[in-house]
Design a protein around this ligand. Structure first.
Ligand code: GN1
Ligand code: MG
Length: 372
């Protein structure tokens, strides 16, 4: 297969990369002039999940251009922005006829040099900088014209709808799996009320719509492998208007858990409070001055809400026969769901500590509401 790109030099290798639950990623290495090695990220977009890939790429182009301008304006020489490589005829994507007659959509990004991403890290500096990277991303995009953004996945973080969909699909139970997960379903049923906590106010002055990332996993920040600082936020497919609460909560869920989200040994699954604190400090060092009082008050709960949302999504996919997330084995989605439910238990037991730390950190980083 030949992709219509003018990349200088000689292709020396293409490797498949298994991170990410949705798109398929390859890393291509070229030898260019002066014997310099350059890497490129080739991704096939999952069009079952992202139905309108051109609109998605338009979002990414708009946001990355804007971020570049902001970084230059702030004279920030330490951080970078994801760079799209266009096709020979200037397009953001190329489409190719796939094996079964369907269209496959590919895009290429420049690999960010001297960078590394972590699926898991207990290094306080890395965790602090992960929170800072996502806080910085939100702060820089605060005035981005939101109307220009397409909704790449409708109702992506609508926890209420995610809950309702699970309940509907349980009734249909296409793979006869619901009985087996009765305990998990009851656990979720008991927490129905928190599913509307953010959603009921989203779009009001209290919980405003902001330009958000919506997939703030630890591995979506490329870190500088020499300094440990963040280099760039990646995986911009879900950049849409949303709440900062889902971004913050998801950042903690993914960065401060003591295990990967598919660890089977549930006795190991906990929220690491030290890492929670580092992430919170990093995030608030960028965003504290801009938060509303209600946002601040909901930050602790947001961690529980987004973890519940993920548990719901994984369990729903298991019940439906694993049609959304990539799986490596038969019960992968069930393992993920159980892991997230276990994490919720630990988050709940620590909520008072979590909430009081958020207020301390907020004051430390110049938040003003509490001093009124
Ligand atoms: C998916 O593909 P990846 O790993 O970046 C998912 C996120 C989930 C995450 C859970 C578009 O992200 O919402 O939080 O898996 N992305 C989409 O690991 O559904
Ligand atoms: Mg990702």
């Amino acid at each position: 297969m030949r992709l219509p790109y003018n990349i200088e030099g000689k292709l020396v290798s293409i490797e498949s990369n298994n991170s990410g639950n949705i798109n398929k990623t390859y890393i291509a290495t070229f030898i260019q002039e002066g014997n310099v090695q350059r890497k490129y990220l080739i991704q096939r977009i999952n069009t079952t999940v992202f139905r309108e890939p051109y609109k998605l790429m338009k979002n990414i182009e708009g946001v990355t251009r804007y971020l570049e301008r902001m970084i230059r304006k702030e004279k920030d020489n330490n951080h970078e922005v994801l760079k799209i490589v266009k096709t020979t005829d200037g397009r953001l994507l190329c489409s190719i006829l796939g094996e079964n007659g369907s269209r496959d959509y590919y895009r290429i990004y420049q690999f960010i040099e001297n960078s590394v991403s972590y699926d898991y890290s207990v290094d306080p500096q890395i965790v602090y900088n992960t929170g800072k990277a996502f806080g910085n991303f939100q702060r820089l995009l605060a005035d981005y014209p939101m109307h220009k953004l397409e909704e790449t996945i409708k109702d992506f973080h609508d926890t209420r709808k995610r809950y309702r969909k699970l309940m509907e699909d349980i009734k249909i139970d296409p793979r006869d799996r619901a009985l087996k997960v009765a305990r998990e379903i009851v656990f979720i049923l008991k927490r129905e009320d928190i599913c509307s906590l953010i959603m009921d106010e989203l779009g009001t002055d209290a919980v405003p719509l902001r330009v958000t990332h919506n997939d703030t996993k630890v591995n979506n920040v490329m870190m500088n492998m020499n300094t440990g600082d963040y280099l760039a936020v990646i995986d911009l497919d879900t950049v849409m208007p949303g709440s900062m609460l889902f971004d913050y909560g998801d950042g903690i869920r993914s960065t401060a858990s003591t295990t990967a989200e598919d660890e089977r040994d549930l006795t190991k699954v906990k929220l690491n409070l030290e890492l929670f604190k580092m992430y919170t400090d990093g995030y608030l060092s960028e965003m504290a001055p801009f938060l509303t009082e209600r946002e601040l008050m909901l930050m602790g709960e947001s961690i529980r809400i987004i973890t519940l949302e993920l548990a719901i999504r994984f369990l729903n996919d298991y019940i439906n026969g694993d049609t959304y997330f990539k799986i490596d084995y038969e019960e992968h989605n069930l393992v993920r769901a159980r892991n997230q439910l276990e994490l919720i238990k630990d988050i709940e037991s620590k909520l008072p500590v979590i909430e009081s730390y958020i207020l301390n950190s907020y004051e430390k980083y110049g938040g003003r509401i509490l001093r009124k």
